[in-house]
Design a protein around this ligand. Structure first.
Ligand code: ADP
Ligand code: ZN
Length: 349
């Protein structure tokens, strides 16, 4: 069992990676623990939590709403939870975000544990303390920064995951490689076929390296005042594309990383050789979405995307570029500048 500790302005959190599945039965025995999960995960793994009081969500992003949170508060109230209770979130990123938000706000904060079961949540979203729900069509605009007491990661759960969900996680792992780790990039360049085939050793190594990168960044900058902004690489345009072109999160982020890498090269921040390496990896993993010429979304949707990004500040936007493989630079640029760059890139094809 590998153990990592996060200690930042947000408090502390312990991440355990390994075959924790066998010891889960004991969690139900934690005094006054309750479980939040979704219907798919419950149908596959409910035997692990026999006897635990549970709240079961409908799977999918639509559950990430204030109305779900209200239903959970009512349950917490009916169950007479107090600050000695522990809330366990068992499932993907949606379950994790909702569990964290409900637990961190009820009675001004109950302790919670996350057991992520998707590649995306294991390699990314369960680590770092962001909790939240969507509101008025915008992702995660209501939420808190609260670390779970524990994150228990068992790559075994990934064996039941559909390919689309593996790709969603792969996009975040590539993101971590591009902003912080040439070593992880080389590993992915070689092992991507085995990652897609859910090879256990490859998944485990990719998840471990990913959370090492993310937790190091979160330790240095818990509340996204500086370095943590690098983790938004591929997400400014990615979120908007996801919405406007009905792409999966992974496909949209892959496309946006491809785009951001090209912009970086155009600004002479990134070498053409590095760009070629990046585009090749993205094309291998995401054959349908990483080729600019074959799947160009309308230029206007990218402009609108940039403007609607919630991280914008007045007339400027913080955009994450690459200055090498494993090196990100966050630049505050005016919108018109970003729009001009987008236009430029469209013209050159
Ligand atoms: P993400 O983790 O990508 O943010 P979700 O929480 O929406 O996304 O999970 C994606 C989908 O995968 C959901 O339909 C969820 O029920 C399902 N799921 C989660 N974990 C597993 C698993 N271990 N095996 C199979 N399906 C799973
Ligand atoms: Zn993401």
């Amino acid at each position: 069992l590998k153990e990592l500790r996060i200690s930042s302005s947000l408090g502390t959190s312990t991440i355990c990676l390994g075959p924790i599945r066998r010891s889960l039965e004991q969690l139900g025995a934690i005094q006054k623990s309750v479980l939040i999960t979704d219907r798919n995960v419950a149908s596959l793994y409910s035997h692990l939590f026999l006897g635990c009081r549970s709240f079961i969500l409908s799977p999918g992003e639509e559950s990430k709403s204030l109305s779900t949170i209200e239903k959970i508060y009512r349950k917490f109230f009916d169950w007479r939870l107090d600050r000695s209770s522990t809330v366990i979130g068992f499932g993907g990123g949606v379950v994790g975000d909702i569990t964290g938000f409900a637990a961190s706000t009820y009675l001004r904060g109950l302790p919670f544990i996350l057991i992520p079961t998707t590649l995306l949540s294991q390699a990314d979203s369960s680590v770092g303390g962001k909790t939240g729900v969507n509101f008025l069509g915008y992702k995660n605009i209501i939420g808190t920064f609260t670390l779970p007491r524990f994150v228990l990661i068992d790559p075994c759960f990934l064996q039941t995951l559909p390919e689309e969900e593996i790709l969603n996680g792969a996009a975040e792992i590539v993101k971590h490689a591009l902003i912080a780790s040439p070593g992880l990039f080389r590993f992915l360049k070689k092992e991507w076929p085995r990652l897609l085939r859910k090879d256990k050793a490859v998944l485990k190594k990719a998840v471990l390296t990913s959370i090492q990168i993310k937790s190091a960044i979160v330790c240095r900058d818990g509340k996204e005042k500086g370095e943590r902004r690098k983790l938004n690489f591929g997400h400014t345009l990615g979120h908007a594309l996801e919405k406007s072109c009905a792409l999966s999160h992974g496909q949209a982020v892959a496309w946006a990383m491809d785009f951001a890498a090209r912009l970086s090269c155009r600004l002479n921040l990134l070498s053409p050789d590095d760009l070629t390496g990046i585009l090749t990896l993205l094309k291998n993993l995401f054959p349908s979405s990483s080729s600019l010429s074959s799947s160009l979304p309308p230029k206007e949707s990218l402009h609108a995307a940039a403007r609607l990004d919630k991280k914008r500040e007045a007339e400027d936007i913080r955009f994450v570029f690459l200055s090498g493989i494993g090196k990100a630079v966050v630049k505050k640029i005016p919108y018109f500048e970003l729009e001009r760059l987008i236009d430029d890139l469209y013209q050159s094809g």
